[in-house]
Ligand binder design. Structure first.
Ligand code: COA
Length: 290
């Protein structure tokens, strides 16, 4: 029996989701150009986790790499979803904010560096509370300042997704690339269930979760610019295309600055009777070129 072409395509793909944060950064940059900054041998670990009997990781779950994209200087910040749910603490947050702030300084000096965020994160690291929040505020401020000079491109591939303050960071980026497996939301399913109860959302109901906050839904409702397959080459190509002035907010007013359009969206729904995900795709249909 011959293999159907879609199966062959699926088997031939080179999964991005299965890569570690470091492998993801290597895969996005031009071959042979990956150079890590503040890497594991610098031993920048969280001072707060050992106090809570949690084993630290030598890079605190964030990889910062310089290299090139199509020959242009680039910086990639890649979050390791497998370490503490990709949560952002004091050290990992400082690495992310520092990388963006250095890119901003370079842009202001007239030597722009292409910034790419590979996001896989449960948001603020709950064990580091306000320190994580402070870092996230710096990350947001840096993205808003930087996107005036150069597109800030983010990828939410999966399996963790992108939540909490880092979902706001993703929303602030000029250009957002997602896969069907990715998830994007302010509150994660676990938090919604904990706070709102099972009637609000069953955090074990995967189909429901992805229908609400999955990459395909976020793309269909215009909260992401590109929907790609979980394939290393496809994601690398989408990142490069974003810097080449591809579709999306990079080409015009950033999504988060389109206040009137976003307000009109809110006015179109009644929060007391929230629409089903399929209806939302009609109410909040993406505008082509948006
Ligand atoms: N801070 C600290 N740890 C976090 C975290 C956070 N913000 N988000 C996730 N984690 C941890 C989980 O506690 C878990 O740790 P464990 O393996 O030691 O139990 C690990 O990351 C994996 O999370 P888990 O919930 O098992 O995986 P999942 O794939 O089912 O769901 C999330 C991942 C992110 C969707 C889910 O953890 C979630 O909803 N988190 C809350 C997100 C949120 O609302 N953040 C706002 C914070 S301000």
């Amino acid at each position: 029996m011959s293999t159907p072409p879609e199966h062959a395509r699926f088997l031939a793909r080179d999964s991005f989701i299965e890569l570690t944060a470091r492998e993801r950064a290597v895969s996005v940059l031009d071959p042979g150009t990956f150079r890590e900054l503040a890497g594991p041998f610098d031993r920048l670990t969280s001072p707060w986790l050992p106090l809570q009997d949690i084993v630290t990781q030598a890079d605190d779950g964030v990889v910062i790499a310089r290299g090139t994209l199509d020959g242009h200087a680039a910086v990639v910040a890649s979050i390791e979803g497998a370490y503490q749910g990709g949560s952002v603490g004091e050290v990992s947050g400082a690495k992310l904010a520092g990388a963006l702030e250095l890119a901003l300084r370079d842009a202001q000096r007239g030597t722009p560096v292409r910034p790419v965020l590979l996001l896989e994160t449960g948001g603020v690291r709950l064990q580091e509370a306000n320190l994580g929040l402070a870092a996230i505020a710096e990350i947001h401020a840096a993205i808003v300042a930087l996107r005036r000079h150069v597109p800030v491109v983010a990828v939410v591939a999966g399996a963790v997704g992108c939540f909490g303050g880092m979902s706001l960071a993703a929303a602030l980026c000029s250009h957002l690339i997602v896969t069907r497996q990715g998830r994007l939301g302010m509150n994660g399913p676990e938090v919604i269930e904990q706070e709102g109860g099972l009637a609000e959302l069953d955090a074990g109901d995967r189909a429901r979760i992805w229908s609400l906050m999955g990459g395909e839904q976020r793309y269909a409702t215009g909260f992401a610019d590109v929907l790609v397959e979980d394939d290393t080459a496809a994601i690398g190509a989408a990142v490069r295309h974003a810097f080449g002035g591809g579709a999306g907010a990079a080409a015009g007013t950033p999504r988060s600055a389109r206040v009137e359009a976003l307000s009109a969206r809110l006015a179109a729904i009644d929060p007391l009777t929230p629409p089903e995900p399929a209806t939302l795709r009609t109410l909040w249909a993406r505008e082509e070129g948006a």
